[in-house]
Design a protein around this ligand. Structure first.
Ligand code: PLP
Length: 396
């Protein structure tokens, strides 16, 4: 099914024909050994993507369920969680924690700005935290958390490092085997979902637990959830032909296909492509007069937040783009109406972004604003190729 629209919101992302074909295969029994074989391979590929030495859980649900599964299995009611929030999705951890009876505190910064690592260090120094939750790329602001700086700071305090990769996994390195100075200074858990940079439709919650996170679960006598308790899923993830709850059979086909695409492209090439497209789109659209909510140095490879030049009205501009079959998202909360968010992740390629640049330029002209489409496309390509060289050499 060829996509009829260019869906450049920050997730879900366009689904390729190969993944649609997998999704459309005949539904088999959830305990069929042929499904189990595909599921096992998809779990192994997920573990490889995170360089995990721990356990991978893939269950029906969305990213929010993955957040809930992560906290349920690592932090007990009454224990303390520190949230490093760069926007709406960082703040969501506070809601999940409140529902689970976890005492959460939050550090935040103005939209587009990173929380200072010194503030994280100071908050943890006050003691008593079980875990820190960090959103890798916050989908509301486009801020990419500085994981490499934060992991050693958090781990120095003997606290679990939980990473929300919903808007980053498969586009930005998330290496759970990487040691940050001391052998146990690592990312302890990555949670994610199927619908963004992984390139499958929405429907799967994915959580990868490293050794310290598994130890935290083992130390909890019980947890306050049946579906989210990894103890109920452990045997099923080892042998998916066994039953705990019905697998979303067709989504497992789709997820398997999406993970095979990632394997075929290779992680280094995929990360480099995303890095290039991120800087490329920001270079292209700033040349049209949009400004950036989040400065290039803090910006995620997976999405960008563009602020409107004077005289451009949000609803009518995005509606005009939609008329031309380009779908982007509005800004959230207090920033609503001031700009738009564009997702540039998953299996979307240069050609689609060159097309998006042209559509946006034409639409600006329709609104009476100048737009040099050729120059914007040149800016995209120059930045795209320049950004890929260094990115390739520092990812594995
Ligand atoms: C970074 C981040 N975390 C969590 C979520 C929640 O995921 P879902 O909407 O799939 O429940 C989202 C959704 O966009 C997200 O972007």
């Amino acid at each position: 099914m060829p996509n009829k629209e260019l869906l450049l919101i920050p997730g879900p992302t366009p689904v390729t024909d190969e993944v649609y074909a997998a999704l459309a295969r005949e539904t088999m029994a959830h305990t069929d050994t042929r499904l189990a074989a595909l599921f096992k391979e998809a779990l192994a590929l997920t573990g490889d993507m995170f360089h995990s030495e721990g356990e991978v859980y893939v269950v029906a649900g969305s990213g929010t369920l993955a957040m809930e599964m992560a906290l349920t299995n690592t932090v007990a009611p009454g224990e303390k969680l520190l949230v490093v929030s760069h926007g709406y999705f960082g703040d969501r951890f506070l809601g999940v924690a409140a529902a689970l009876g976890i005492q959460a505190e939050s550090l935040s910064a103005p939209p587009g700005v990173r929380v200072s690592p010194a503030a994280v260090d100071a908050a943890l120094g006050d003691g008593g935290f079980k875990a820190v939750a960090v959103t890798h790329a916050d989908t509301s602001t486009g801020v990419l958390a500085d994981v490499d700086t934060l992991v050693p700071i958090v781990k120095k305090h003997g606290v679990l490092f939980l990473l929300d990769g919903v808007c980053a996994s498969a586009a930005v390195p998330e290496d759970m085997s990487r040691v940050y100075g001391s052998p146990d200074y690592r990312i302890d858990l990555v949670l994610t979902a199927s619908q963004k940079a992984i390139g499958a439709p929405p429907g799967l919650a994915i959580v990868t637990f490293g050794p310290a996170a598994l130890k935290a679960r083992a130390a909890l006598p019980k947890v306050g959830s049946y579906y989210c308790d990894i103890a109920n899923w452990r045997e099923i993830m080892r042998e998916p032909s066994r039953y705990f709850a019905t697998h979303p059979v067709n989504m497992i086909y789709a997820y398997h296909a999406a993970m095979k695409i990632i394997e075929r492209e290779g992680l280094a090439a995929r990360y480099a492509r995303h890095a290039g497209i991120g800087v490329g789109m920001r270079a292209a659209l700033t040349s049209y007069g949009f400004s950036l909510l989040t400065a290039e140095g803090n910006a995620a490879p997976t999405l960008s937040c563009f602020l409107y030049p004077a005289r451009l009205e949000d609803i009518s501009f995005r509606a005009a783009l939609k008329e031309k079959k380009l779908i982007v998202a509005g800004l959230l909360g207090a920033l609503s109406g001031k700009g738009f968010r564009m997702g540039h992740m998953g299996n979307t390629r240069e050609e689609e972004f060159l097309q998006a640049i042209a559509v946006i330029g034409e639409t600006l002209r329709d609104f009476g604003l100048p737009a040099d489409i050729d120059r914007a496309r040149e800016n995209f390509l120059a930045s795209y190729y320049a950004a890929q060289a260094p990115a390739r050499s520092d990812t594995k």
